[in-house]
Ligand binder design. Structure first.
Ligand SMILES: [Mn+2]
Length: 413
C-alpha cells in the first residue's frame, strides 16, 4: 500500500466531519502473554491502520478539522537505545511520515500539551471523536475509553463522539489495491490447501492437517487472518470449532475454514474434503447441494440487490433440495441444517464492518453456504470471496478446490 491510499482515507474521513471536529485514533497495545513475557504478537487496531498505514503499538493519530485548516499529527514513542537493543528497531519520525503521508510527527511527551490546545482559539474544536470498538462488557477499558474519560473530566466543553460508523462506511468499499491484497491472500490460501491435501493423511489429527496448511502459509511470508478451523466428521457442525484435536478418520469429511492475511487483508475460504480422498455417494449428494447454493447466492451479489436476498435465495433453494435429500419434510426445518448467514464483508477484519443494506460495486464479501447434518456426522461449508462490480460478481477464489473430480485427483496418491 502506498501512502496515498492512507492520505486519501483521511481526506475522505475529514470530508464527512463538521468544522470544529477532532479525531483521536489509537494503534493499540500488545497483550501480555504471561508474567515473564511481554513479547506477545501485536495486532494493530484496523481503524487506526486504515487511516495511517502504521502498525506500531502505542501511537496516537490526531486529526483536526477547523475553519482555518486541517491538522494531521502522529504521536509516536521516542526511540531509545535500550529498547532497541532488547526488542529491535523502533519507528522513526521519518518512517512514520513515509508510510502515512503525515508530515507532522511528534513524540509522545508532547501529546498532553497538544490535546490541551485543541479546544482553544484557532481550532475551536467542540466535537472529539474516538473509535469506541469494544466487543464485550467484560473486556478491560481501552486506551480510547480512558482518554475520553479524562477529556470529559478536564475539558467538559468537548462532546465525545464515536467515529466507528463513519470509518466503517468508508471501509465497506474497497480500492483496487485493497482487492489485490485480498486476491493475493486468497491465492496463497488455495496453494497452501493443495499442499495440505498432498501431505496430510487419514488417521492423522486435525491439527496435523492444519499444520501442513499453515506451514505453506508461513513459508510464503504471510500470517493468518484468524484461527484455522479444521473440523472432521461431526465436529464440523460446530461453526467455529477450532480445537482441532481429534483424529480425522477415513470415511469422514474434513471442513476447513481459514485464510491467509496479506498486508492485514485477510482471505476467508472454506472447503470440505473427504479425509480418505474419495467422497461417498451421500457426501457427494450433499456437497453438490452446497456447491449449487454457492452459485445461487453469488448471482444475487449485484449492485442494487438487497444484501439479505443472497441468504434468502439459499434458504429458498434448500427448501426444495433438502426435501430431495430426504432431510426435511417441512420448509421451516431448513434452519435445523443451515444456521448462519451466507455472507459477510471482508477486508482488514475477517468480519469487516459494513453499513450497506444493498450491494454496491467495490464491496468484497464472502459467499459461504453450508449444510450441517449432525445425525450423519457431516458438516459441509464452501466459501469464496466475491468482489461486487458494476456487472457480474467477480469471484476472487473461483472454482479452485470446489470440483469433486479435482479434489479426488489431488488426494489420490
Ligand atoms: Mn467467513
Amino acid at each position: 500500500m502506498t501512502s496515498e491510499f492512507f492520505t486519501n482515507n483521511r481526506k475522505a474521513l475529514l470530508e464527512k466531519l463538521e468544522e470544529g471536529s477532532a479525531v483521536l485514533l489509537y494503534s493499540g497495545i500488545a497483550p501480555v502473554k504471561s508474567y515473564d513475557q511481554d513479547m506477545c504478537p501485536f495486532s494493530v487496531n484496523r481503524n487506526f491502520y486504515y487511516m495511517t498505514g502504521i502498525d506500531t503499538q502505542n501511537v496516537w493519530l490526531l486529526l483536526i478539522k477547523a475553519a482555518v485548516r486541517t491538522v494531521e499529527t502522529l504521536f509516536i514513542e521516542e526511540p531509545d537505545e535500550y529498547t532497541i537493543k532488547w526488542n529491535g528497531k523502533m519507528l522513526t519520525k521519518e518512517e512514520a511520515t513515509e508510510r502515512s503521508g503525515i508530515k507532522s510527527v511528534c513524540y509522545m511527551q508532547d501529546f498532553e500539551g497538544r490535546l490541551a490546545s485543541v479546544g482553544m482559539a484557532g481550532y475551536n474544536v467542540t466535537d472529539v471523536y474516538f473509535a469506541f470498538d469494544r466487543l464485550s462488557m467484560n473486556a478491560a477499558p481501552t486506551r480510547s475509553e480512558e482518554l475520553a474519560r479524562t477529556l470529559r473530566e478536564k475539558y467538559p466543553m468537548f462532546q465525545i463522539k464515536n467515529i466507528c460508523r463513519t470509518i466503517s462506511s468508508l471501509r465497506a468499499i474497497k480500492t483496487p489495491e485493497e482487492v489485490a491484497c485480498i486476491r493475493k491472500a486468497g491465492d496463497v490460501t488455495i496453494e497452501a490447501l493443495k499442499q495440505m491435501l498432498r501431505t496430510a493423511k487419514p488417521g492423522e489429527y486435525e491439527y496435523q492437517w492444519q499444520a501442513d496448511y499453515e506451514h505453506y502459509v508461513a513459508r510464503s511470508g504471510l500470517r493468518h487472518g484468524f484461527e484455522t478451523i479444521a473440523a472432521s466428521g461431526e465436529n464440523a457442525v460446530m461453526l467455529h470449532y477450532s480445537d482441532n484435536n481429534c483424529v480425522a478418520k477415513d470415511g469422514t469429511l474434513l471442513l476447513v475454514d481459514l485464510g491467509a492475511e496479506y498486508q492485514y487483508y485477510s482471505a476467508d475460504v472454506s472447503r470440505t474434503f473427504p479425509v480418505g480422498g474419495k467422497f461417498t455417494d451421500r457426501q457427494k449428494e450433499l456437497f453438490t447441494i452446497v456447491r449449487e447454493a454457492m452459485e445461487i447466492a453469488k448471482e444475487k451479489m449485484r449492485p442494487g440487490i438487497a444484501t439479505k436476498e443472497s441468504n434468502q435465495a439459499v434458504i429458498d433453494f434448500y427448501k426444495k433440495a433438502l426435501r430431495t435429500a430426504k432431510l426435511i419434510t417441512d420448509d421451516s426445518d431448513v434452519e435445523k441444517y443451515y444456521y448462519h448467514g451466507v455472507s459477510h464483508s471482508l477486508g482488514l477484519d475477517t468480519h469487516d464492518p459494513c453499513d450497506r443494506k444493498v450491494y454496491e460495486p467495490g464491496m468484497v464479501i464472502t459467499c459461504e453456504p453450508g449444510l450441517y447434518v449432525a445425525e450423519e456426522g457431516i458438516g459441509i461449508r464452501l466459501e469464496n470471496d466475491i468482489l461486487v462490480t458494476e456487472g457480474a460478481p467477480e469471484d476472487l477464489i473461483g472454482n479452485r478446490l470446489l470440483e469433486i473430480s479435482e479434489i479426488e485427483e489431488l488426494m489420490g496418491r
